[in-house]
Ligand binder design. Structure first.
Ligand SMILES: Nc1ncnc2c1ncn2[C@@H]1O[C@H](COP(=O)(O)OP(=O)(O)OP(=O)(O)O)[C@@H](O)[C@H]1O
Length: 642
């Protein structure tokens, strides 16, 4: 949108603004927002023009005389409401205001326009309605022209399912929703149904059985455990490919709340204060954005993870501190100190498929960026699925063969791989399609001339080349741009995001979820994987930047970069070095520490070589033993701003 398009005046009028209804203002509505200027006694604009930017506006409501009198707003209640024929339009906004510390936080504000140019209430109501409908459409990014505003109807109301875990974190999720979230949703005219979970596993059961087309999305008021449950419920349905496109939103009600932190971080919202307000704001202003999932296999289960797999000290802290959930995030600090004092080291075999060539010497030389000299690209040429029923029995039995070609091999040599690769169409984010996306027909399989079956391209290298967040150095080495791309403009169009194109899969209904990069857990990893057998303080697979508050564990990670970030700390560390590393993790500076290894990979396997320990998937404990995973780029959808 050009500047002149966004500044074009779509509606204008002379109205009062509460609480002082005696002055008149010239009010103009453009795609940027609502500007208002006080009028002089001759009705001419005089003075400074102020703007309420739509990027901060969450909703607009028509109110009559009685609504206003009953309004909770003290200023409006005592306002001079002069005539019963007047109609009122209240606009809700949450602009960022500076804090004394220099940062900013959003604050609730509202403006009530007094629309009373006509003598009859009905005519004033009609004016109010035109303004309200125009604002609501612009908030949903509908491209309205001047000719559309008089006739546009309000966009369809969104209906969300809200799941609240009364036992998450300090046990305040219900109050958080009732006191902090409900009012904002109502202002934004979002309808919702609340389900308070009754037991562990309840959210999974619900997600397995709900009629997906009935809901716009599901919002979790809890910690990461309930999000994990919801995602696994959706992925365990026979129609998992459609179900997983149900957008998920997160309001922090637990102790770690990594998902909501990461959504806010991606949106460029403040992270240190008013988490609930900022999360609800993002929820209301959201676009549907893709989020990577990681398909996880243990000997007994196949799971879907959105955050992390941890082993070693990170898993120990997470699991052992659970009994102190009521402390909120403090539980992690307390247990870190405890585990540091009696430091455990775990012998293990860690294998991974690196995105680019892995340089084992980089650890010593701290030249990690230069290890990513060549990007990988895989093409699945064909597959022969054995149609094994994942979820039943052990994944040791679920291995299936496929043929793939590594584009980096000069002879395009073929290798044995696993499982079929069904494909799923990504969802368009355009507003016009927002309700249509779950009904979309599957794309047809793209047939390769040489191969019988489905073609799948994991085009990570191309994604990176296209990405705005990547830069290349003078040697042509592709590396992540460490600067977080804070998008100030929540309305910006993300439809050209390279990540939308990351995976284009076609699925035959009922097919199992694909895992083409993995071999069965009891077979060796493919020959082009890297294997490190050593003693580890921790080995984690991370796919979101924050693992918890003040815990920017994978600073280069993005919600949808299509990558797993392997975070390794070997056994040969001192406690002081470890303490220093953890003290710098709040800003993500730990990656500079010589004891920290971060490797971008597409798939991994962790095989503990000790008898006991903890392995956590998204903060949930799984049986101790071998575990592996591969990224499913952009598989889930979240309500965020990117
Ligand atoms: N009514 C309930 N009673 C007991 N447990 C429940 C109930 N509803 C959900 N749960 C379980 O509570 C567990 C913890 O929830 P959750 O992870 O959301 O909170 P948390 O552990 O405090 O936060 P975080 O994971 O962010 O640290 C989940 O594993 C979930 O299955």
């Amino acid at each position: 949108m050009t500047d002149s398009e966004s500044s074009e005046i779509l509606l204008e009028g002379t109205f009062g603004i509460l609480p002082n209804n005696e002055r008149l203002y010239h009010v103009a509505l453009s795609k940027k927002g609502i500007s208002y200027t006080e009028c002089d006694s001759n009705g001419k604009s005089a003075g400074k023009s102020l703007l309420i930017a739509f990027k901060d506006v969450t909703g607009a409501k028509i109110q009559n005389h009685e609504d206003l009198i009953n309004s909770g707003c003290a200023k409006c209640r005592t306002a001079r409401v002069s005539s019963l024929s007047e109609c009122y339009l209240t606009i809700y906004c949450y602009p960022r205001v500076p804090k004394t510390s220099g940062d900013s936080t959003r604050k609730a504000k509202k403006m009530t326009l007094v629309m009373g140019p006509c003598k009859e209430y009905d005519r004033n109501y009609k004016i109010c309605q035109t303004w309200r409908n125009t604002i609501l459409n612009l908030l949903r990014n509908v491209d309205l022209g001047k000719g559309d505003v008089e006739t546009c109807s309000p966009p369809p109301q969104r209906k969300i399912l809200v799941l609240i875990n009364p036992h998450s974190g300090p046990g305040k999720a219900k109050q958080i929703f009732e006191k902090g979230v409900m009012k904002m949703l109502e202002e934004a005219d979002i309808s919702y149904k609340v389900v308070v979970t009754e037991r562990a596993g309840h959210a999974t059961e619900l997600m397995k059985t709900i009629n997906i087309s009935e809901w716009y999305g599901v919002v979790i008021v809890s910690g990461d455990g309930l999000i994990y449950e919801a995602i696994n419920g959706l992925m365990s349905r026979p129609d998992w490919d459609k179900a997983i496109t149900l957008p998920v939103g997160a309001i922090p009600g637990g102790s770690g709340n990594a998902m909501s932190l990461n959504i806010n971080y991606t949106a460029g919202e403040p992270l240190d204060v008013n988490q609930v307000l900022h999360s609800t704001f993002v929820l209301i202003k959201h676009r549907v954005i893709p989020m990577d999932l990681v398909l996880i296999q243990t000997p007994a289960q196949q799971l879907y993870s959105f955050l992390s797999v941890s082993f070693g000290i990170i898993a120990d802290i997470d699991y052992e501190s659970e009994k102190m959930r009521a402390l909120g995030a403090t539980r992690f600090t307390v247990y870190f100190l405890k585990r540091l004092v009696s430091l455990r080291k775990y012998k293990a075999r860690v294998s991974f498929l690196p995105l680019t060539e892995y340089d084992p010497d980089a650890r010593q030389q701290k030249r990690r960026e230069q290890t990513f000299a060549k990007s990988r690209r895989f093409t699945i040429l064909s597959h022969s699925s054995t149609s094994t029923n994942i979820g039943n029995g052990s994944v040791y039995e679920n291995g299936t063969n496929g043929i793939y070609r590594s584009m980096s091999l000069p002879n395009n040599g073929r290798k044995e791989r696993s499982l079929s690769m069904p494909t799923m169409k990504n969802v368009s984010e355009s507003l016009q399609n927002e309700f249509r996306h779950r009904q979309e027909e599957n794309d047809l399989a793209e047939v390769d001339e040489d191969a019988e079956n489905v073609t799948f391209e994991l085009e990570k290298a191309e994604s990176y080349e296209k990405s705005k967040r990547l830069s290349s150095d003078q040697d042509g080495v592709m590396m992540m741009n460490g600067n977080h791309n804070h998008n100030e403009d929540a309305e910006s169009d993300t439809s050209d995001s390279p990540f939308e194109e990351t995976v284009s899969m076609v699925k035959n209904s009922g097919d199992p979820v694909p895992s083409p990069l993995l071999t069965p857990l009891d077979s060796p990893v493919p020959s082009d994987w890297i294997t490190i057998e050593d003693e580890f303080v921790t080995a984690c697979a991370l796919y979101q930047p924050y693992l918890g508050p003040d815990n920017l564990t994978a600073p280069d990670s993005r919600l949808n970069d299509g990558l797993i970030h392997m975070f390794l700390i070997r056994g040969e560390v001192t406690k002081v070095a470890l303490l220093n590393l953890f003290l710098s993790i709040d800003k993500g500076e730990h990656v500079k520490s010589p004891i920290c290894e971060m490797v971008k990979v597409l798939a991994f396997r962790i095989e503990p070589l000790t008898e006991t320990g903890n392995i956590m998937v998204d903060g949930e404990k799984v049986p101790f033993g071998p575990i592996q995973g591969q990224v499913l780029p952009g598989m889930a959808k979240v309500m965020g701003v990117q």
